[in-house]
Design a protein around this ligand. Structure first.
Ligand code: GLC
Length: 417
């Protein structure tokens, strides 16, 4: 078969964010930030207090870091050496499966699994005292650095019995149950906060931290409250979804929530493409593409025919590979442009009527790190939105920041305890 050219063009148009849209989205995001700072109900940003500010870089000591919230759960032992120096002494990672994160699972299943991993990371040593920092990558409300309560699951996680609970209490219970009383969880931070702590431990001039991975979210240092605020920007709603976004949303675990995240993050881009394929083949194909497939399609047009054949059992014509690559590119470019518009809205807000200062935006995540077209699309969008000021802003990859940030937060918490 060969796809209808008009339909292809129409689909690509649906994913376009032109310069005018881009400006409007950045301005709307800034407005939501202003509403959020005034605690107005009409903002779509949660602006959650983290109870931590930027580190001094002088934090030292050995800490355990638990990183939970993406595809894998990781536990590391990290030695902070001060002067922005650190060493990962040990690291253990295991993939999360439906046994832990679907509605079949409950809080015990999840936290027992995590406690086992912690036990492995401390070599089953039940006497040495360890302080543990926990990067928990979901919207949580807290009144101190310890007592983060999960507000609501995102990213299609549905483990029963965790929403509304203080996650470190659940973790402590699981640790005690295993006889691990020497590990003391002392802090909980969002992964965006972890990335900001980690990058600013090593580089000054960093005020914004972001995750661009399975999920998407951003945090920043808000001077008026003297702490980092987790925006839960994946929940930004002032965007116009296209028909594919609407279909994805209606089938998701939490319809009408997390609009930005569902339009941009790794958990969802493959799914958007699957919905597009249903329309192109005009049938409900029972197949899910992942963002790794999308990356392969952009990088290896010559392999698209085989991929479609093996995944969908469908033949496509010669020109169709290019059409598919163009659609995937449009999905990815839209994602990067939307994310950048939110960064710029945030920079405008932080800067106010002053001059934009030179700064890094710390980003971690597989989409930012590995997806083709993302970095150049971010730069292009910065140029469009900031003109000559674009030179003052760059993005820094903070690989592993979720772990290092957790260790830094444990150092800060145990110093103030
Ligand atoms: C989701 C979570 C958020 C997290 C992000 C990246 O958006 O709600 O807390 O920061 O994913 O992992």
């Amino acid at each position: 078969m060969s796809f209808d050219k008009e339909l292809i063009q129409n689909i690509i148009e649906e994913f376009k964010v032109d310069n005018e849209n881009l400006q409007e989205i950045a301005a709307n995001f800034r407005q939501d930030l202003q509403l959020g700072l005034k605690q107005s109900e009409s903002t779509s940003l949660k602006m959650l207090k983290s109870y931590v500010s930027l580190p001094s870089g002088k934090e030292i000591g050995e800490y355990l870091a638990l990183d939970f919230g993406g595809t894998n759960v990781r536990v590391s032992k990290i030695k902070l050496k001060g002067n922005g120096q650190f060493e990962v002494v040990k690291k253990i990672a295991k993939p999360l499966t439906s046994e832990h994160i679907s509605s079949k699972a409950n809080a015990n299943d999840l936290f027992n699994f995590i406690a086992e991993l912690i036990d492995e990371a401390i070599d089953f040593d039940h006497s040495t005292k360890f302080y543990l920092g926990h990067t928990f990558s979901f919207p949580s409300s807290q009144t101190n650095l310890y007592n983060a309560k999960l507000i609501v699951w995102t990213k299609e996680f549905t483990t029963a019995g965790v929403e509304g609970k203080v996650v470190n209490d659940l973790l402590k219970e699981a640790l005690n149950h295993k006889g691990i009383t020497n590990v003391e969880p002392v802090s909980v931070i969002n992964d965006t906060v972890a990335v900001l702590l980690s990058t600013s431990y090593q580089h000054t001039d960093t005020f914004i931290g972001s995750i661009y991975a399975t999920g998407h979210n951003t945090c920043y240092l808000e001077p008026s409250v003297g702490m980092i605020l987790n925006l839960e920007s994946g929940g930004f709603m002032k965007l116009t979804p296209n028909r594919f976004d609407l279909e994805l949303d209606s089938k998701s675990e939490k319809p009408n929530e997390q609009r930005l995240e569902k339009m941009v993050s790794g958990r969802y881009m493959g799914e958007l493409f699957s919905i597009v394929m249903n329309e192109l083949f005009n049938e409900k194909l029972n197949c899910k593409f992942t963002s790794i497939d999308l990356s392969n399609i952009i990088e290896h047009e010559e392999q698209v025919k085989n991929l479609i054949e093996s995944k969908l059992n469908k033949q496509i014509g010669e020109e169709d590979s290019k059409a598919i690559k163009d659609i995937v590119s449009a999905i990815v470019i839209r994602s990067a442009r939307l994310v950048t518009a939110t960064y710029v809205g945030l920079i405008w807000q932080i800067t106010g009527s002053k001059e934009i200062v030179n700064q890094h935006i710390a980003i971690d995540g597989s989409v930012y790190e590995k997806m083709p077209l993302v970095k150049e699309s971010i730069n292009q969008a910065f140029n469009e939105l900031l003109d000559e000021d674009a030179i003052k802003v760059d993005t820094l990859l903070d690989n592993g920041g979720s772990g290092l940030g957790a260790a830094i937060s444990a150092a800060i918490a145990s110093a103030t305890n």
